[in-house]
Design a protein around this ligand. Structure first.
Ligand code: PLP
Length: 429
């Protein structure tokens, strides 16, 4: 009830949106029951909605704003670039500069290609893997989301009655319009090194790539056991398959990405979100001998086009954002994340709620069971999580509908206190 009173402007805007956008949306991740809030402006770790409420933003556009909204240094370069021209049918120096910064930080990155979204990055990474190996099969994990792309939209959120065996999950379409995964995609349980090893021993010769999130975001910000990623590395190497880390979100897990945290080098890494400094972006980075298959003039070349690839505004904003995100800044952001997780653990002690995440990420899971894989994740009380996120919104706190959030360099101690106070109130502890 209070939500309706506080969000009259958003309700009105949503009614208008529904007339021209199917269901009111162009983007599935922001679907909210009863409706999403409409934003007027963002600044640091806050947003102001169309009803004039100043809200603490823990979503930060699905984790992409590592230095918050509208950082003046980003605004400056993006505005200057826009003034000089926002798009050209050729290159600008910032594309090379951002590539150099990524190569400097990410241990496995020797060459880079830019896209406009994480989904496109995954799409081209898979094409590269198939081009390099000459093989077809992609292995993904149940419950992992790798973007809105046909080859990976399998078993992202399958219903219980379609699961199949835990150690040999069914390959379940996550969308209408997918025309069959036969022989192209296999699905394995996340975090199960033994099943992965057995699968690769039996079928590895046909596998082009194993694609894995080093933190399974949609499953519940699940940080995998270190041996799972190591076994993925080893079994891909033995089978001659490529290992793709999808770090579209997990890049923020540590300075240099998740691979620095785990000390494991994938062959290809897909990036997105934060590397664009608040503008649309994706990136594929990897070993030189692999990435060079996209080089013009190569025999059997993997092609990769895109009108806005390496867009000058995105590249300038991304470059400045990476420069601002020094190791020390990263450490501060991560320390705040760790503090929040530890306080949340304290608050939820003895309750059927677990806390997950790493680096800047935190999530409350309404389930007494610690989440290792997708089947654990479905035990969460999603309706409770939704109502809790609305209750927090009534307290001027924006968090995802599944109770996930993240810190940024702009997050303040006061915001942390009010988040923890809000959670305390809704838990009644
Ligand atoms: C792990 C992962 N991969 C890929 C994507 C797709 O990125 P985009 O939404 O930029 O297409 C997402 C988006 O949330 C993601 O979380």
């Amino acid at each position: 009830m209070r939500h309706a009173e506080l969000t009259l402007g958003s309700a009105g805007r949503f009614a208008e949106a529904k007339k021209v956008l199917p269901g009111g949306y162009t983007r599935d991740a922001i679907i909210r029951d009863p409706y999403p809030i409409f934003i007027e402006r963002g600044e640091g770790s806050t947003v102001t909605d169309v009803d004039g409420r100043l809200l603490d933003d823990w979503c930060l556009n699905a984790t992409s704003l590592a230095i918050g909204h509208a950082d003046p240094r980003v605004v400056k370069v993006a505005t200057e670039q826009t003034t000089r021209g926002s798009a050209f049918h050729t290159m600008t120096g910032d594309e090379t500069a951002l590539a150099e910064l990524l190569i400097e930080r990410i241990p496995s990155a020797e060459m880079v290609r830019f896209t406009n979204s994480g989904s496109e990055a995954v799409m081209i990474a898979i094409r590269i893997a198939r081009g390099v190996t000459g093989r077809k099969l992609i292995v993904k994990f149940e419950g992992s989301y790798h973007g809105t792309y046909d080859e990976v939209q399998w078993s992202v959120g399958p219903p219980r009655d379609k699961f199949g065996p835990a150690d040999d999950p069914n390959v379940v379409a996550d969308s209408g319009g997918l025309t069959g995964s036969d022989g192209r995609v296999s699905v394995l349980p996340y975090n199960d090194a033994a099943v992965l090893e057995a699968f690769m021993a039996a079928h590895g010769e046909g596998v082009a790539a194993v694609i894995v999130e080093p933190m399974a975001n949609r499953m519940g910000s699940v940080v995998p056991a270190a041996d799972f990623l190591q076994k993925a590395r080893d079994s891909c190497s033995s089978a001659g398959a490529l290992l793709i880390f999808d770090e579209v979100i997990a890049y923020r897990l540590g300075y240099g990405g998740a691979q620095t945290v785990f000390g494991i080098k994938p062959d290809i890494t897909t990036l997105g979100k934060s590397i664009g400094g608040g503008f649309p972006v994706g990136g594929i980075v990897g070993r030189k001998d692999i990435m060079m298959i996209t080089e013009p003039g190569r025999k059997g070349r993997v092609t990769h086009a895109g009108t806005y690839n390496g867009n000058p505004v995105t590249m300038s904003a991304g470059r400045v954002t990476q420069e601002i995100l020094t190791l020390n800044v990263h450490r501060e952001i991560d320390a705040m994340g760790e503090h929040i997780r530890s306080e949340l653990r304290h608050l939820t002690e003895g309750l059927p709620i677990t806390v997950s995440g790493g680096g800047p990420f935190f999530k409350l899971n309404a389930s007494g069971r610690k989440i290792f894989n997708y089947r654990d994740a479905v035990s969460c009380d999603k309706e409770w999580q939704r109502l809790a996120s609305l209750a927090l919104l009534n307290r001027d706190i924006v968090i995802s509908g599944s109770l996930a959030g993240c810190t940024a360099s702009t997050t303040t101690d006061m915001q942390v206190s009010s988040l923890l106070e809000g959670v305390k109130e809704i838990l009644n502890v």
